[in-house]
Write a protein that binds this ligand. Structure first.
Ligand code: NAP
Length: 245
């Protein structure tokens, strides 16, 4: 398998940073989309892989910043982009809301980041994904460029069995639906789209009690992201197991 060009959002820390390191370590090119390109953790990873990682400023809630990022990536990716990983996400609260205390603002902000954010990124990077489709079509037609949306088991409607904070779950359930639907549109352009759950991971979001290290999750995700083929389940965990919707 040759070297791929990969866009990863939320690459400043947690799973996104670990995934950036794993892709670079396997010789791929990573465009690390972060809110602060000069922050220490991403700078340190770039120091280890200076030829392979470029940090680019993005706030996924800001359509203009996403569009500018795509323009900045374009000259570095003359054959287009192979993979877009929509990993950036927020979980603002775990608190279970009482009736009449609906956290409307929290819900808005979470959906804007976790659901609309990935759509902004797909929209901005579509030309570069299509460019890649055109450049690989002749000799490598089994592997298709792909959009990988990082979801969560918390977005599984079928798995809800008790009260819980709804903002995060609603945003990921909506991301799941969005991904299933845009997959049809993207397919016609020669691009695949699917969802991955990274496991419960010891990051700022996952907390210290989580089951998996960032490296375990990122290594598993790396294999699923590259190895996925059309016809496989569309909502899988980092070990490739199909998840319920
Ligand atoms: N950890 C888990 O157990 C777990 C489980 C299931 C799913 N997930 C999903 O996995 C993904 C990564 O989670 P994580 O655990 O690595 O979380 P994390 O450690 O909290 O990191 C979140 C990342 O998202 C970025 N981000 C947040 N808002 C952004 C915005 N508006 N624009 C650009 N970047 C933004 C953050 O950037 P800053 O550094 O600038 O804030 C950071 O890089 C998320 O989509 C999450 O929902 C995680």
């Amino acid at each position: 398998m040759g070297s791929r060009s990969v866009v990863i959002t939320g690459a400043s820390r947690g799973i996104g940073l670990a995934l950036t390191r794993v892709f670079a370590d396997h010789g791929h090119r990573v465009f690390a989309l972060v809110r602060k390109p000069d922050a220490q953790p991403i700078r340190e990873v770039i120091r280890s892989y200076p030829e392979q990682i470029i940090a680019i400023k993005v706030d996924v809630r800001d359509a203009e910043s996403v569009a500018i990022a795509a323009q900045q990536v374009a000259p570095h990716a003359p054959d287009g982009i192979d993979i877009v990983v929509n990993n950036a996400g927020i979980l603002l609260s775990r608190e279970v809301m009482e009736p009449r205390k609906f956290a409307i603002e929290e819900l808005h902000r979470t959906i804007d980041t976790n659901t609309v954010g990935p759509l902004r990124v797909v929209q901005a990077f579509l030309d570069l994904l299509e460019k890649r489709v055109a450049s690989i079509a002749a000799h490598e037609n089994a592997w298709r460029p792909r959009v990988v949306n990082v979801s969560s088991v918390m977005g599984s409607v079928a798995s809800v069995s008790e009260r819980r904070n709804y903002s995060y779950s609603v945003s990921k359930a909506a991301l799941n639906m969005l991904t299933r639907i845009i997959a049809f549109d993207l397919k016609e352009l020669g691009i695949d789209a699917f969802l991955v759950h990274p496991g419960w991971v010891r990051t700022e979001m996952g907390g210290p009690a989580a089951h998996f290290s960032e490296e375990e999750s990122a290594n598993g995700l790396y294999r699923q992201i590259l190895g996925w083929t059309s016809g496989d389940a569309e909502f899988i965990d980092f070990r490739g197991s199909a998840l319920t919707w």
